[in-house]
Ligand binder design. Structure first.
Ligand SMILES: Cc1cc2nc3c(=O)[nH]c(=O)nc-3n(C[C@H](O)[C@H](O)[C@H](O)COP(=O)(O)O)c2cc1C
Length: 290
């Protein structure tokens, strides 16, 4: 196994053997789907010593539509993926004693859904402030600062940026959320035109009616000093934790929210004025009135 891995490295094969086999399986499974391997090969940035940075530099550069047509997922690939469907799993386990389905948190969790259709009404600045601050607050107890979210090593490498599209008493700008000073700093005041092109692959989301978009910027260097390349996974895990908190707060305040996995990363980074080398935009969420 180890020898295989070393040999692959030597040949500069950047996809793991397992992934390569799986992609080829897909090709065998249905011959009308062209394997994306050659496509990925032609556009990957390779030869970077640090595997985490190499991933971030290549993240989002393989446009969804270029890999497999979205229709292939729902029609031809669906049975293939469905081999893992939960109803096929064993029913022989020990039943859980589930009796908390009425607490506020339990109800919020069960009510949470991804919302893509918005009414177009503005969202109040107070609601946006409450979402941002409850998702990423810093408070002082004695001489120490504590945050609402956990972070590997306490490095807090995720910064939240916010594009205000339709928020009461807030101009249409890109802002950076500062949890220490509990404010929004203007980063770009010429952003409205560029937003649509960044999310052009997201036809099911009503951006023009949204109140705003939250961007998650990962400062890779912060955890890297201690954790090396596995700080990459910390960044994604921490975004997931904040994103779920934002889902719950939005449900609580009656605001619709949806994660956005696919976007034009380089354009997004130039809009937010982050370098795309040390700092990377790795996720986004859209929110609006429902
Ligand atoms: C990491 C992540 C990325 C996602 N990316 C998108 C996206 O790009 N576009 C979109 O419409 N929904 C996106 N979603 C929302 C999922 O489609 C949605 O969560 C899933 O269909 C389950 O529906 P539910 O959230 O309403 O339960 C994403 C969700 C997650 C967690």
């Amino acid at each position: 196994m180890k020898d295989d891995h070393t040999a692959e490295k030597g040949k500069n094969i950047f996809l793991s053997k397992a992934l390569e086999d799986r992609l080829n399986d897909v090709l065998v499974y249905n011959s009308i789907i062209e394997t994306p391997l050659s496509k990925i090969n032609s556009i990957m940035i390779k030869d970077i010593d640090d595997i985490g940075l190499q991933y971030l530099l290549n993240y989002q550069t393989q446009r969804e539509g270029d890999l497999l047509n979205a229709l292939s997922y729902s029609t031809t690939l669906f049975p293939y993926i469905n081999e893992m469907e939960p109803y096929r799993e064993s029913k022989n386990g020990i039943s859980l004693e589930y009796d908390d389905y009425k607490s506020e948190l339990s109800e919020l969790l069960n009510k949470r859904r991804s919302i893509r259709d918005f009414s177009g009404d503005e969202v109040s600045f107070k609601v946006i402030s409450n979402i941002l601050l409850n998702a990423g607050n810093i408070h002082k107890i004695g001489d120490f600062f504590f945050r609402n979210i956990a972070s590997g090593g306490g490095f807090y490498p995720i910064d939240i940026y916010f594009y205000a599209n339709n928020v009461e008493n807030l101009e249409q700008n890109i802002y950076k959320f500062n949890p220490m000073n509990k404010n929004l700093e203007i980063i770009n005041s010429d952003s409205a035109k560029s937003i649509n092109s960044i999310f052009s692959s997201q036809s099911s989301i009503q951006f023009e009616k949204a109140a705003g978009i939250i961007f998650f910027v990962f400062d890779y260097i912060k955890p890297f000093q201690k954790y090396g390349d596995f700080s990459l996974s910390f960044g994604f895990i921490e975004v997931g934790m904040i994103s779920q908190t934002i889902h719950l707060l939005s449900t609580l305040y009656g605001v619709g929210v949806c994660d956005i996995g696919g976007f034009d990363k380089p354009s997004c980074e130039s809009l937010l004025k982050v370098d795309g080398l040390n700092k990377h935009v790795i996720h986004a969420m859209v929110l609006g009135s429902i």
